[in-house]
Design a protein around this ligand. Structure first.
Ligand code: ADP
Length: 180
């Protein structure tokens, strides 16, 4: 049931943003009054797309259809950012048992330290195998064009651009296929 004034935070790395993420946003946004997509910045990880570019891409993608969705970036703990923006719920997507094990621990910790609940959305059947890290790997070692089923057209274009820019260096710079 939708509660009035409920703000949810959908935190993630979104590097790159996929159709699976978009699916979680489309279905999750109907459950809350406001949904804030929050791009976490991890200083120990080298991202494929800088946070500024991720912000700009995701804003463009959600602006097309989601009037109660906004996109922000943050540093530090997700629960601190949630408190800052007034979010009382964290939204996360689940694809499989591995996600569940990890997310379960995270959700319990967030509830224990910050009294914040986590709501899970099951991945759409079509997206259950879509992951940013696999996309980075395929982009690095394979044909970017084949990723059109997994990422929005805008992201596909940026991945192609990235590959053109980095060319042969791409595999040297990201020997594990962009894995952080
Ligand atoms: P993080 O580094 O926080 O896991 P990701 O960008 O990989 O960031 O994922 C953000 C959220 O989106 C996580 O809850 C993840 O489980 C979920 N997610 C990622 N891919 C999918 C997908 N294909 N379907 C549903 N949820 C997904």
């Amino acid at each position: 049931m939708k509660r009035s004034g409920t703000i949810a935070l959908f935190p993630g790395t979104f590097d790159p943003f996929t159709n699976g993420h978009l699916d979680v946003i489309h279905r999750g946004r109907t459950l809350f009054d406001r949904l804030i997509v929050a791009i976490g910045q991890n200083p120990t990880k080298r991202p494929l797309f800088p946070v500024k570019e991720r912000l700009e891409m995701i804003r463009q993608l959600v602006a097309e259809s989601c009037e109660n969705v906004e996109v922000q970036s943050y540093k530090g703990l997700t629960v601190d950012f949630a408190r800052k923006v007034g979010a009382t719920v964290i939204l996360r997507g689940l694809r499989n048992g591995t996600d569940l094990n990890f997310e379960f621990q995270l959700a319990l910790t967030n509830r224990a330290v910050a009294d914040i609940e986590t709501v899970f959305i099951m991945a759409g059947e079509t997206y259950a195998f879509t992951s940013s890290s696999l996309i980075r790997q395929i982009a690095a070692e394979g044909d970017v064009g084949r990723l059109h089923r997994f990422v929005p057209p805008l992201v596909l274009e940026r991945l192609k651009e990235k590959k053109r820019q980095l060319g042969a260096r791409l595999l040297n710079d990201y020997p594990d296929g962009f894995k952080e």
